[in-house]
Design a protein around this ligand. Structure first.
Ligand code: SF4
Length: 221
């Protein structure tokens, strides 16, 4: 018998006194276990790929690796129906805009898995003129899967890691049951370079400092 089972029994057995302050905790803990077990085993990934890593993601979904064993095979083409975003491939500056927009369109609870070196930190193209150095600069990432590309086994290990994370969450603390509106992540601005609106003030200050330094420097003429 598990702790949760014994907790529920104690709650319903009048011969076993349960302190009042613990009663809601025991009920929530048991509910957490059921709720998280169901959620972790029915993840619906969003169906999109960005580069070579996507080929390994497709292989993981095929019969040889069969991610349906983990309840994750129902890939959805709509963010409204998906709760797992697998960022599989190189994230270009042009692509980060729709990725953030799609992330905002997914309903809570939602999770992000960064698959491969490119999605995790820029990979072989890190600090290239057209690539962002990791999708976690823009949206929160729950699990990173290293590799270039990661094997299907590595991706499945990432799924199992995500399941463990989900199982550690509690109804008491998850943000999507808190009152108030959830805030969307600002859409990055695509200009000569990509700009995260959350960093606009910092960028402005740095530009002003650079301009002041340039004005103070003696001219070469
Ligand atoms: S991590 Fe490697 S395999 Fe994956 S998208 Fe980048 S270059 Fe391609």
């Amino acid at each position: 018998m598990t702790n949760g089972d014994s907790g529920l029994k104690a709650l319903h057995n009048p011969d076993i006194p349960v302190p009042e302050e613990l009663q809601s905790t025991i009920a929530i803990t048991s509910l957490d276990r059921i709720y998280n077990w169901c959620r972790a085993r029915s993840m619906w990934p969003l169906l999109f790929g960005l580069a070579c890593c996507a080929i390994e993601m497709i292989a993981a979904a095929a019969s040889r690796y069969d991610i349906s064993r983990f309840g994750m095979e129902v890939m959805r083409p709509s963010p409204r129906q998906a709760d797992l975003m697998i960022v599989s491939g190189t994230v270009t500056k042009k692509m980060v805009v729709p990725i953030v927009r799609i992330y905002n369109q997914m309903a809570e609870p939602k999770y992000v898995l960064a698959m491969g070196a490119c999605a995790s930190g820029g990979g072989p193209f890190k600090e290239g003129y057209n690539v962002v150095s990791g999708i976690d600069k823009y949206i929160p990432v729950d699990v990173y899967v290293p590799g270039c590309p990661p094997t299907p086994q590595a991706l499945i290990h990432g799924f199992l890691t995500l399941q463990k994370k989900i199982e550690s969450q509690s109804l008491r603390t998850v943000p999507w049951y808190r009152s108030g509106e959830s805030t969307a992540i600002p859409i990055p601005l695509l200009g000569p370079d990509i700009i995260d609106p959350r960093q606009a003030e910092l960028i402005r200050r740095q530009a002003e400092q650079a301009a002041a330094q340039a004005a103070a420097a003696p001219s070469e003429a």
